[in-house]
Design a protein around this ligand. Structure first.
Ligand SMILES: Cc1cc2nc3c(=O)[nH]c(=O)nc-3n(C[C@H](O)[C@H](O)[C@H](O)COP(=O)(O)OP(=O)(O)OC[C@H]3O[C@@H](n4cnc5c(N)ncnc54)[C@H](O)[C@@H]3O)c2cc1C
Length: 516
């Protein structure tokens, strides 16, 4: 028997560690007993949204196991203490997991390795979360990449592994064995008192705690479906058609032209090899379309669908790029990636931060994004960039405030991607745009939401207002605003003035004279 410890890989399919523990291709291994541990340290960094999303993902995983005659062990406590005892209780001689590349996770895993060593239990960690491991793509000089474009070229040229096989039912510990091992013969919640001595830790077979049991509330946001089946449905639907227009459409938030796979990828409900293989099939289909399109139109350059699928693959590569940035620079969670000689003198006005969080800045596209976040625990990528630029370069607020807010509210919060996105927007990260480039929230709104459909969907006060007026909101007189939408606020700041202040702030941070 082997214990497989699920963390950010809530799936049975295309799971490298699980497939290995269950004995794929090796008759001397398996069966695997799957476990998830609610770790108080990890919960200390969680939020209502993410706890709900996690529990939903675990419920789907548990149901997948039940369909295979197995079940999910659910424990609570410090993994260093829980895992050795649980391994003994189920008679496992090895504990297997997939690597998590963040600094905190690596510290935790080092502790677990030591505890298992001391208990004389074997352990094994696999690469699973990314197609290409953080160490495998380096510059010719052997350094990690800090510029995405070069990283992508190497990333896309590399061979990829096929999806890992889904374990057969016979390679998983059966539910009755699990119940007997942890002293629960009714399949329900149980304080395990098994011989292995999991006494003080609560271990259940398949029974999941509620958010309240873990000290969290139900989120206000409506969170989408969870689990592998839902992830596959979403991926299939996206690759069947929308992906071929992805490049042209992805920046328009009202068009819902992106995959919305981020939370599934964050919780590992779909394997990256499986997802990538599906994009390769879409690439073949796109090539066929391009060829037949150019035959019928005499347009030999009709590569739109191919470029669109590649553009989508590039986003999957961004995810891996930021994973390797975090892996090689764990301090970026709290520190700027890029050094500013003098430090940045952020402004951090509490009232302006509060207006941004509430979606009441008087900049319609910013407010729509912040309200989408509150309602759906999600925000469109283009709008994430706009609201992040607005916070850091219009309100002159430290990106860490924005990161913390996103961390609390996003269902797809991923330390590497969230941090990468914020530091990119704040010009403190990798690939930082030159510090003098600042998003203009009005022109962004006009360009990417010309009919204000997205804005009106999230800002009810503006529903009856003409799109032209919405995009000119900052230029309207108080009377015009009062006539058009009396409930909607005036701009909290003047973008042009703040743009100048931002330029000066960054110049000072670089040790330059703002007057020059
Ligand atoms: C300030 C800021 C914060 C962000 N925080 C997060 C976060 O916490 N979690 C998160 O997954 N993404 C984050 N992103 C990246 C991006 O906005 C989301 O991944 C994307 O909007 C999710 O929607 P989708 O699944 O429809 O994306 P699609 O466009 O369909 O892309 C497919 C997948 O590629 C990955 N991806 C796409 N864009 C990026 C990117 N710029 N960086 C890294 N990976 C990317 C995601 O896994 C995504 O699901 C952030 C971006 C910014 C600017």
């Amino acid at each position: 028997m082997e214990l497989f410890w699920h963390r950010r890989d809530l799936r049975a399919a295309d799971n490298v560690g699980l497939a290995t523990a269950a004995g794929a291709g090796d008759d001397d291994r398996g069966p695997a007993a799957p476990v998830f541990v609610f770790d108080p340290d990890v919960l200390g960094h969680a939020s209502d949204v993410r706890v709900r999303r996690l529990i939903d993902g675990l419920a789907a995983l548990r149901d997948d196991y039940r369909e295979r005659g197995s079940d999910l062990l659910v424990a609570r406590g410090d993994p260093k203490e829980v895992l050795p005892r649980l391994a003994a209780a189920v008679g496992a001689d090895r504990v297997v997991w997939n690597r998590d590349y963040s600094g905190l996770a690596r510290e935790r895993d080092a502790g677990v390795r030591q505890a298992l060593n001391e208990a004389g239990i074997d352990r094994e960690a696999h690469h699973d979360a990314v197609l290409h491991t953080p160490d495998s793509i380096r510059t010719n000089a052997g350094d990690p990449y800090s510029v995405y474009t070069y990283y992508w070229r190497k990333w896309t040229d590399r061979e990829t592994d096929p999806p890992a096989p889904t374990p057969e039912a016979t390679h998983l510990a059966d539910a009755a064995t699990l119940r007997a091992a942890v002293g629960s013969d009714d399949g329900g919640d149980a304080d395990a008192r098994a011989d292995g001595g999991v006494e003080s830790e609560r271990v259940a077979v398949g029974d999941l705690p509620s958010p309240a049991d873990l000290g969290f509330g139900e989120p206000d946001a409506s969170i989408g479906p969870a689990g592998t089946a839902a992830a596959r449905d979403r991926l299939d639907a996206f690759l069947a058609e929308p992906v071929f227009d992805y490049e042209a459409e992805r920046d328009y938030p009202a068009r819902e032209a992106t995959s919305r796979l981020s939370a599934f990828l964050k919780y590992g409900e779909i394997g990256i090899r499986e997802a990538y293989e599906a994009t390769e099939r879409a690439l073949d289909a796109a090539t066929e379309r391009a060829e037949s399109g150019s035959e019928s139109t005499d347009d030999a350059d009709d590569e739109g669908p191919v470029a669109a699928v590649e553009e989508f693959q590039q986003q999957l590569a961004w995810r891996e790029f930021y994973t390797q940035v975090l892996y090689h620079n764990p301090a970026v969670v709290t520190e700027n990636y890029k050094t500013y000689e003098e430090g940045i003198a952020w402004r951090d006005d509490p009232d302006e931060i509060a207006a941004w969080k509430r979606g009441e800045t008087g900049y319609p596209i910013v407010d729509a994004g912040m309200r989408q976040l509150r309602e759906e625990a999600f925000m469109h990528n283009r709008v994430r960039m706009i609201v992040a630029s607005f916070l850091t370069k219009d309100l002159l607020v430290d990106w860490r405030h924005g990161y913390d807010h996103f961390r609390e509210r996003l269902a797809d919060h991923d330390t590497a991607n969230d941090n990468g996105g914020w530091q990119w927007a704040a010009s403190t990260g990798t690939d930082a745009q030159p510090y003098f480039r600042i998003f203009n929230p009005m022109t962004q709104g006009e360009r990417y939401d010309p009919d204000a459909e997205y804005i009106k969907a999230h800002v009810p006060e503006l529903r009856g207002v003409d799109a032209d007026l919405i995009h000119e909101w900052h230029e309207l007189s108080p009377t015009q605003r009062a006539n058009a939408a009396p409930e909607y606020p005036a701009p909290v700041v003047d973008h042009s003035a703040r743009r100048e202040e931002a330029l000066a702030m960054y110049k000072r941070a670089r040790g330059e004279d703002p007057e020059e």
